[in-house]
Design a protein around this ligand. Structure first.
Ligand SMILES: Nc1ncnc2c1ncn2[C@@H]1O[C@H](COP(=O)(O)OP(=O)(O)OP(=O)(O)O)[C@@H](O)[C@H]1O
Ligand SMILES: [Mg+2]
Length: 266
């Protein structure tokens, strides 16, 4: 891949990431390439280091070594706020919604809309009506069937909760949306809704990273599949060129990737 093409086609890239926890190496020289406009599935066995990799890309952990690039420029994320400022939004495996709060409040968690106060930015009050209106428009936009944004999240079904978390990412993720196992706890119908949501987000031109163990979902929605093994990328495969059983064999190490796949795919 030439440098020029890389800058134009890649939304997010990493080279040689390493993260150690004492004697455990969670990320062991991992590479990563997310292209503009694609859904990239990241698959791998339990403990392969998928969540650690995306945490590094989301600013939730700081790698010991390696480089992250956006648009060809090296970036350093010291916090999730840094990554967000670069347009990267993440839905974590341990879903970060607060059940006791309503939908609108969850949607704006950490970035509440405030009214201008009498002393400029001091003493600004939360602008609840503006937040509700905007929350409603985000949810409608993504066709999430929620009638009232003042409903508490604890009263929602698992799929609707996931919908809120995904909407939050979609509403604010202008560059990249990362989802770590978004359907793991969901039923068939609810999972299907999340998969449709991922397609909607991609159709809007926002690339999505989907970590999933669900092979049918991966094959339904992914443009490319990043296979993670033993802390690093083992290869990237084209789901149209490989069967599900081949991909599982690559994931477990029973089969070896082609040289092209090992180098990051076509
Ligand atoms: N904060 C931490 N402290 C110590 N070890 C950790 C920490 N986070 C991850 N690890 C270890 O790093 C390795 C990779 O974990 P990680 O959660 O990234 O894997 P994963 O591929 O997401 O697994 P799963 O499919 O189960 O979600 C595991 O051995 C895990 O125990
Ligand atoms: Mg994980």
């Amino acid at each position: 891949m030439s440098g020029q093409t890389t800058t134009e086609t890649l939304a997010l890239q990493a080279r040689g990431l390493v993260k150690r926890y004492g004697s455990v190496t969670a990320i062991n020289g991992a590479d990563f390439d997310l292209r503009r406009g694609e859904v990239l599935a990241v698959i791998g066995d339990n403990g392969a280091g998928k969540s650690s990799l995306i945490k590094a890309l989301a600013g939730a952990i700081i790698p010991d070594q390696g480089e992250i690039r956006m648009g060809g420029e090296a970036v350093t994320f010291r916090s999730t706020g840094d990554a967000r400022a670069h347009g990267i939004e993440t839905v974590y495996q341990d879903l970060a919604v607060i059940p006791a709060l309503d939908i609108a409040s969850n949607l704006f968690l950490g970035r509440e809309v405030r009214r201008k106060g009498i002393m400029g930015t001091l003493f600004r009050r939360l602008d609840a009506p503006a937040m509700r209106a905007e929350a409603k428009s985000h949810l409608d936009d993504l066709k999430i069937g929620i009638t009232s944004v003042t409903q508490a999240v604890e009263d929602l079904s698992g799929g609707q909760r996931q919908g809120v978390a995904v909407s939050r990412a979609a509403a604010f993720g202008k560059g990249v949306i990362i989802m770590d196992e978004p359907t793991a706890a969901l039923g068939v119908r609810e999972s299907g809704q999340v998969i449709e949501l991922i397609k909607t987000i991609r159709d809007r031109g926002i690339p999505v990273v989907l970590i999933s163990h669900d092979m049918p979902h991966v094959f339904e929605v992914a443009d490319r599949i990043h296979i993670h093994r033993l802390g690093r990328r083992a290869g990237v495969v084209d789901p149209k060129a490989r069967s599900m059983s081949e991909v599982v064999a690559l994931m477990t190490g029973a089969e070896r990737p082609t040289d092209l796949e090992a180098a990051g795919g076509a």
